[in-house]
Unconditional design. Structure first.
Length: 189
């Protein structure tokens, strides 16, 4: 288990929204909250067109950073179960669990596509051969690791970091096969 003091130096990815919501739940601390309603309008060819783009936005304010919150609730997060691929079925809902493996890069291209037009993504490959395709937000990476998606494939050919990932497993793409996951935390063990 990663020690609280090591979290910052071992952290690769953090979903601040998940961490703040989990912190609120575990510590019974309510943030200052503000709701605002925004109405959008679109302009097409110089003519303003009204749209049904009304939406509400919630803004939460805590006095702690997401990393500090993570440090304070990490012992609660380790209680989530380890992911069991053989017990997962696409039609039974999502699962939040820990995954262990190696963080790597992958890319998908059509047979006629070039390396430059390929879709690049982060993946985790487990020791038992299970693959996980990650859906991630660039701003949630620590130390600009997310920038690896924009560099030449030559520089990422040997990329692999042992990681523990807490995430929400959405579904299995059986044709690849790969589980599609929204990570909450990625940390080096």
């Amino acid at each position: 288990m990663v020690k609280h003091k090591e979290i910052l130096s071992k952290l690769i990815y953090i979903d601040a929204d998940f961490i703040s919501s989990k912190y609120e739940e575990v510590k019974h601390v309510s943030p200052e909250t503000q709701f605002s309603k925004t109405e959008g309008m679109k302009a097409s060819g110089g003519i303003v067109v009204l749209s049904a783009g009304v939406h509400s936005q919630e803004t939460k304010t805590f006095k702690l950073t997401s990393v500090k919150m993570l440090q304070e609730i990490y012992t609660d997060l380790v209680k989530y179960p380890k992911f069991q691929p053989k017990h997962f079925k696409n039609d039974e809902g999502t699962k939040t669990a820990w995954i262990e493996g190696v963080l790597t890069m992958g890319w998908w291209a059509t047979s006629k596509g070039s390396d430059e037009s390929a879709y690049k993504l982060f993946e985790v490959k487990s020791k038992i051969g299970t693959h996980f395709s990650l859906i991630m937000q660039p701003e949630s990476f620590s130390s600009n690791i997310g920038a690896l998606l924009t560099i030449d494939s030559v520089l990422i050919s040997n990329f692999g970091i042992p990681v523990k990932l807490l995430g929400r497993i959405l579904y299995l793409v059986e044709s690849i096969p790969s589980f599609v996951v929204c990570p909450y935390i990625i940390i080096e063990p």
